[in-house]
Design a protein around this ligand. Structure first.
Ligand code: HEC
Length: 410
């Protein structure tokens, strides 16, 4: 028998065996069922289980543990739904035994994970079906136990790779105070929200599974903006999420009047070139989740109709003082500091000198449908194109801007 035939026979054997077991219930032995769980289901244990789950199990078992992971499509038998009664009616010992031994496509994790890690996984799988959490999960955008990547569509200054789920609506408030300096007025101004440098209100809808739209209105310049976000994650796999955003914004406020003495750099008298200011913004964002950290990066390309056409310079050469085409590389790191809280840091290197927006935020999630984030940043511009097209406060000199984001999903 040559090698090929040998493997063919083995393969047929494996297929035959796996189709045979698919017909059977998977039963753990009786002594496994009696095994006591030595690890208490503390937050620490559940969080560790959740992290391992996010790393090793999510591809098949799905973010929500419903067996709908991207790699599950071709599997037979299908991965279990951890919310099902059939699954949850097993003892901790049976679940522990199954994930240790494996069967068919389901690997045994006995040699890959420590005993403690495997019990943590059991605690996490139990927690999935905990009544309180199940209730929080039903119809909720995010369960505190499923913070893969970004659960919400904003982190600090940046949009994230999370879109509003299909059929859901989100109400967004982004508020930036004026520069907060540690002087005697700071507290008075802060408490009265008197320093409204900028505010944006927005509504977003999840139109389809992949597509969401958002309409916003910003106090500064009375901008109206329309954004579409398209989820590219099915093409980037479960580890990397990706979203493409395209937005357009129009300023409906009048331009600031300028005096007669205002000149372009080449000496011509200044005049606004456009009746309205328009912004176009496109962003391609990628995020990668690793344990408690989520990293996001991408490319942002913007156009605005602000700069006058290049006039001839003093030596007859083109004069480029301003550019209408802008680019930036938004970077976000998010650190999940607790079951319901996270820190995130945004920095956005841009193609322009002296323009380097950043923000540091602390977010708290409540009940799976609310996010409250307090943020410290060096810009009062909320629209992405505004952030990379304006110079920023110099920390220390001009102070920093305090603000908050509130997102409520319906
Ligand atoms: C390659 C896909 C895949 C991965 C990765 C995977 N599983 Fe599974 N899992 C399955 C499949 C398929 C089954 C059903 C197996 C069967 O019934 O023969 C299963 C079954 C199980 C069961 C038993 C469910 C029951 O019906 O009682 C548990 C528990 C389980 N998986 C836990 C895990 C954990 C924990 C991880 C990560 C450490 C993991 N799985 C990773 C595919 C996978």
């Amino acid at each position: 028998m040559n090698k090929k035939t040998f493997f063919l026979i083995i393969w047929i054997g494996v297929l035959g065996y796996s189709s045979r077991i698919s017909a059977q219930n998977w039963q753990a032995p009786a002594d496994a069922a009696r095994l006591q769980n030595p690890v208490k289901p503390t937050n620490e244990s559940i969080q560790n289980g959740q992290q391992i789950y996010g790393r090793l199990c999510v591809a098949c078992h799905g973010i929500h543990g419903d067996g709908q992971g991207p790699a599950a499509a071709g599997l037979n038998p299908k991965p279990a739904d951890f919310h099902s009664k059939a699954f949850q009616s097993q003892t901790d010992g049976e679940i522990f035994w199954k994930l240790s031994k494996g069967r068919g496509a389901m690997a045994g994790y006995e040699n890959m994970l420590s005993e403690k890690d495997r019990w943590d996984l059991v605690n996490y799988l139990r927690d999935l079906s905990n009544e309180k959490i199940k209730k929080a999960l039903s119809g909720k955008v995010m369960s505190v136990n499923h913070p893969q990547h970004f659960p919400f569509s904003y982190a600090g200054l940046n949009a994230t790779t999370s879109l509003v789920p299909q059929g859901k609506m989100a109400f967004v408030i982004q508020h930036r105070f004026g520069a907060v300096k540690p002087d005697e007025n700071a507290l008075r101004n802060f408490l009265g929200l008197d320093l409204a440098a900028n505010t944006r209100l927005a509504l977003a809808w999840g139109l389809t599974r992949r597509l969401s739209v958002e309409i916003g209105r910003t106090r500064y310049g009375k901008f109206y903006d329309l954004t579409a976000g398209y989820d590219l994650s099915p093409w980037t796999g479960p580890k990397i999420r990706s979203v493409f955003y395209a937005s357009v914004a129009v300023m409906t406020d009048r331009f600031t009047p300028v005096g007669d003495s205002a000149r372009f750099a080449d000496g011509r008298p200044f005049a606004y070139t456009f009746a309205h200011r328009l912004y176009y913004d496109t962003r391609l964002l990628f995020s990668y989740a690793a344990g408690k950290f989520t990293f996001q990066t991408g490319l942002q390309v913007d156009w605005r109709n602000l700069a006058p056409p290049d006039g001839p310079g003093p030596n007859g050469r083109g004069l480029v003082r301003e550019t209408n085409l802008l680019w930036a590389v938004p970077l976000t790191v998010r650190y999940k500091s607790g079951l319901r809280s996270a820190w995130s840091l945004d920095v956005t290197p841009t193609g322009r000198a002296h323009t380097f927006p950043f923000s540091l935020s602390y977010e708290i999630v409540s009940s799976g449908n609310h996010l409250f984030a307090i943020t410290l940043s060096n810009t009062d511009r909320i629209l992405p194109v505004g952030q990379i097209s304006h110079n920023h406060f110099r920390p220390g000199k001009d102070g920093l801007l305090l603000g908050f984001n509130i997102i409520r999903y319906f």
